[in-house]
Design a protein around this ligand. Sequence first.
Ligand code: IMP
Ligand code: MG
Length: 184
Amino acid sequence: MVRVHPDAERVLITAEEISRRVKELGEEISRDYAGKEILVVGILKGAAIFMADLVRCLTIPVQLDFMAVSSYGASTESSGVVRILKDLEENIEGLDVLLVEDIVDTGLTLNYLRENLLTRNPASLKICTLLDKPSRRKVQVKVDYNGFVIPDEFVVGYGLDYNGRYRNLRDILVLKREVYSGGC
Ligand code: IMP
Ligand code: MG
């Protein structure tokens, strides 16, 4: 069923499509890490919903941890400055780590996180994103698993927000421009 929110221009990816793709990603990741246990690190808050669904599609043993970073503030443009607001609770030295993020846009956030986590000597570090907006990339970052490549549009839902809102929507929606450009 397609639900259109009043602040949305259109539905980009339906909840059903997301669910199918997350299951596929879970199967692929479980195959790649067969016989291993992984630490799944979710980036709050955007990745929380994706991560919750993804880890339930994994058949390998997992542990979970979270980080929170700030990059955008209330705007839709990356400032390029990444600050750690909440760090991991555990030492990741020697662990197989899978970093889970909602979207890779400019790449600044994931590039920063990747370099930061690598200094802590994990056995391996891979990156899984739900969405990839390649047209806006400023730094190249290797994404090992991605759900969907999307066009250059500002999207919300399924964990993604604008100004803290819309994270609970089940579909991924293109937000109406007037919602974030203040009129016209
Ligand atoms: P990057 O550092 O530019 O790659 O940005 C990554 C972060 O920007 C993501 O974790 C999101 O929080 C945010 N972001 C980028 N594009 C969108 C979007 O279309 N909707 C909502 N958040 C976005
Ligand atoms: Mg985010």
